[in-house]
Design a protein around this ligand. Structure first.
Ligand code: NAD
Length: 481
């Protein structure tokens, strides 16, 4: 993509990636890219319109006619090339995430790495899938679904692009990606890198634009067979509804209000920093953030003291500094949203243990908020029910294990959960009763072969490993008389 590299000039992006080349945008609307640490304009991106999107879809359809018949071995080679090409730019990608949305560098690096790993994980998963099954005169094969529209959220844009692209390519699909419009700089670095993978022309197309323009065109265009979306519940509902007109297959990775259950045998010195780490992932701007901490009432006072103490490690500041735990919110809008939830928590009777309204001292320029812990929260309060997407933790007391499970499950969301305790068998028993797509025990951990996705309003379908690839496949049965 065209971009100026002169340090004094702001970066400008005017192209999309269509048919294996960077091509000038037909859409003329220009959007500022704003750095969240100081609110300054650091770039400008020319946004795609419907016509750019339709060109990309037509190109992907042409590529699918050939690529849809590729072998498993050919797809494996492509996945390896994608991994190699993207890996070269790991540091640049991490730096772009820090600059563009204020992701803290210690977390941004992990996010990018897990995006890169997705290509290798998909290659491995190719061997786990039973592509053909036969019995009697019947043969069932798994066929690529067609052209996939991949729509991403800003908070881990590079990871989502890599993850969805890896699964789609492994399945034999061609793609049109609509990255978050808040991620144009990161997307440019990633696509420059992926361009070097020398893919079949038209297999990968990327159009940066607004959701209600480019995203909506992907959703309604009959040339797109499947939408894989990561973002908010509100947009997920729109995609499901509008996609019905062309019978779109959908994978929706939506929001969360995830519980962390601290069991009464937990060692607070370890358990509390672990729980806070899960709550404040990606400065609290993570779908999996454990933003409801369920604490046994008989240990509540000790837990509150431990939280107040441990919060000192959650320093706010420059996201490029490896010591910083919490960076700015992505935008002024997100800053205001977080402030409004802090006010709502106070109004509804929750008590502030740490943090509160306003900016932290010395950080008045950007979209920084104070990491905030509310105690005396009831699970029916707004701050315990709605996804805030900021560093705001609600501590909720419980009296019995059964009550903890009931509170954890009393949410419209079901994306993620955590259980922390010394007796691991007991922790497993509790974990097995949580209505969530993923539950971690005694710490945040990942497995690129394990499914990722939500129960209830947290979404439809799964990503990662073979589960992610299966979401881009259709079974076809051939029966002989
Ligand atoms: P968002 O829903 O505002 O935007 C997501 C994407 O959808 C963007 O690319 C946007 O341009 C596009 N979009 C907007 N309107 C559209 C429309 N009408 N049709 C098609 N596309 C449209 O979400 P966001 O603010 O970017 O991300 C935050 C949300 O994403 C949070 O709710 C978070 O929990 C969720 N999320 C979920 C996961 C997960 O894996 N489950 C991961 C990360 C983020």
């Amino acid at each position: 993509m065209n971009c100026s590299t002169n340090k004094d000039a702001i970066e400008t992006i005017t192209t999309h990636y269509i048919d294996g080349a960077f091509v000038e945008s037909l859409g003329r609307e220009v959007m500022d890219i704003i750095r969240p640490t100081d609110g300054r304009v650091i770039g400008r991106v020319t946004l795609a319109d419907e016509e750019d999107t339709r060109r990309a879809i037509a190109t992907a359809r042409r590529a699918f006619a050939t690529y849809g018949r590729s072998t498993k071995e050919e797809r494996a080679k492509i996945l390896r090339r994608l991994h190699e090409a993207a890996s070269v730019r790991l540091d640049d990608l991490t730096a772009a995430m820090v600059e563009e949305y204020g992701g803290v560098v210690r977390f941004a690096g992990l996010i990018v790495q897990s995006g890169l790993n997705a290509f290798l994980a998909a290659e491995k998963a190719l061997d786990e899938i039973e592509w053909t099954r036969s019995w009697g005169k019947t043969t069932v094969t798994l066929e690529p679904i067609g052209v996939a529209g991949l729509i991403t959220a800003w908070n881990a844009n590079a990871l989502f692009i890599c993850l969805k692209l890896a699964s789609a390519v492994a399945a034999g699909c061609a793609v049109v990606i609509k990255p978050s419009e808040l991620s144009a700089l990161q997307t440019r670095v990633l696509i420059e890198a992926l361009h070097e993978a020398d893919l079949p022309k038209g297999l990968l197309n990327v159009v940066t634009g607004l959701g209600n323009v480019v995203g909506a065109e992907l959703v309604r265009n009959p040339g797109v067979d499947k939408i894989s979306f990561t973002g908010s519940v509100a947009v997920g509902e729109t995609i499901m509804r509008d996609g019905a007109a062309t019978m779109k297959r959908v994978t929706l990775e939506l929001g969360g209000k995830s519980p962390t259950i601290l069991l009464d045998d937990g060692n607070l010195n370890e358990a509390i920093p672990t729980a806070l780490g899960i709550a404040f992932l990606n400065s609290g701007q993570a779908c999996a953030a454990g933003t409801r901490l369920l604490v046994p009432r008989k240990r509540l006072e000790a837990a509150e003291r431990a939280i107040a103490e441990a919060m000192r490690a959650f320093t706010v500041g420059d996201p490029a500094d490896p010591k910083t735990a919490i960076g700015p919110m992505v935008s002024q809008k997100q800053y205001e949203r977080v402030q409004s939830y802090i006010r709502k928590g106070i109004e509804e009777g929750a008590e502030l243990l740490v943090g509160g309204e306003g900016r932290p001292e010395g950080l008045e320029a950007g979209y920084f908020v104070k990491p905030t812990v509310f105690v005396n929260v009831k699970n029916d309060m707004t701050i315990a029910r709605e996804e805030i997407f900021g560093p705001i933790l609600s501590v909720i007391a419980y009296d019995s294990e059964d009550e903890a499970i009931a509170i954890a499950n009393d949410s419209r969301y079901g994306l993620h959960g955590a259980v922390i305790g010394t007796d691991v068998d007991r922790a497993r028993r509790v974990a097995s009763q949580l209505r969530a797509g993923r539950v971690v025990i005694n710490g945040m951990t990942d497995d690129p072969q394990a499914p990722w996705g939500g129960f209830k309003y947290s979404g439809v379908g799964r990503e990662y490993g073979r589960y992610g690839i299966e979401a881009f496949l259709e079974p076809r049965a051939i029966l002989e008389a």
